[in-house]
Write a protein that binds this ligand. Structure first.
Ligand SMILES: [Fe+2]
Ligand SMILES: [Fe+2]
Length: 219
């Protein structure tokens, strides 16, 4: 069985993650490198584990989340689909079983906003982990804060925490936002679609998805 540790230590995959982020850096996107994908893997794994999925499903979720953005090396447009095809090739070469690869490419291919859908448990966990990764350290250049709303909103987020509460049946994304940097309305201007997608992903698990900003429930 191909393990998450093997995937994380695979130099070829590391190269694609690094170079996909280089592409996005040129396009002025926020950080999508190891900090992003390792965090997504961690959160996706926590979601699946807290919701009682077996250890192998948790591990497949971690692998899908770690590899989910490699398609950006091809192009930002349709990066979910190109990333899924790349992941197929890489995992097949490592000897992963087809039924496991199928679940992973399905999750990767369905994570990007415009075409996202929680088609399986890995996809649902990946969507929540990916779309809730908003934080100051994703901003590459403070000089762009005035002109780039994504930078401004991410920079304004001083703290971000996703709580998974299976007993209450809900996920809560709690954000501490410096409203002097970005008003809360800007958060929703760019993230409303993503938050609705998280709600749909939570719904896959029969759970709710709530957002609090500066201790106020906003969604
Ligand atoms: Fe992505
Ligand atoms: Fe991502």
């Amino acid at each position: 069985m191909v393990t998450f540790t093997e995937v994380k230590n695979n130099e070829e995959i590391k190269t694609y993650i690094r170079m996909a982020d280089e592409t996005l850096k040129s396009l002025k996107f926020t950080e999508h490198s190891f900090a992003h994908v390792v965090r997504c893997a961690d959160v996706a794994g926590q979601i699946l584990s807290r919701l009682g999925y077996d250890r192998r499903t948790v591990e497949l979720g971690q692998i899908a989340a770690y590899m989910h953005d490699i398609g950006n090396v091809v192009n930002r447009i349709d990066h979910a689909q190109s990333g899924a095809v790349m992941a197929f090739q890489l995992l097949d070469k490592m000897g992963m079983l087809p039924n496991e690869i199928a679940k992973i490419v399905c999750a990767i291919g369905n994570h990007d906003e415009s075409t996202a859908y929680p088609v399986n448990e890995l996809a649902a966990a990946l969507i929540i982990a990916d779309k809730s990764d908003v934080r100051r350290s994703r901003v590459r250049d403070k000089a762009d804060l005035d002109i780039d709303i994504h930078d401004r909103v991410n920079y304004a987020v001083e703290k971000s925490k996703l709580t998974i509460d299976p007993e209450e049946g809900k996920f809560t994304l709690s954000l501490t936002v410096d409203e002097n940097i970005s008003p809360i309305s800007e958060y929703f201007e760019i993230f409303l679609g993503r938050m609705l997608l998280c709600r749909r992903a939570a719904d896959y698990f029969n759970m709710k998805f709530e957002v609090t900003i500066n201790s106020l429930k906003v969604m």
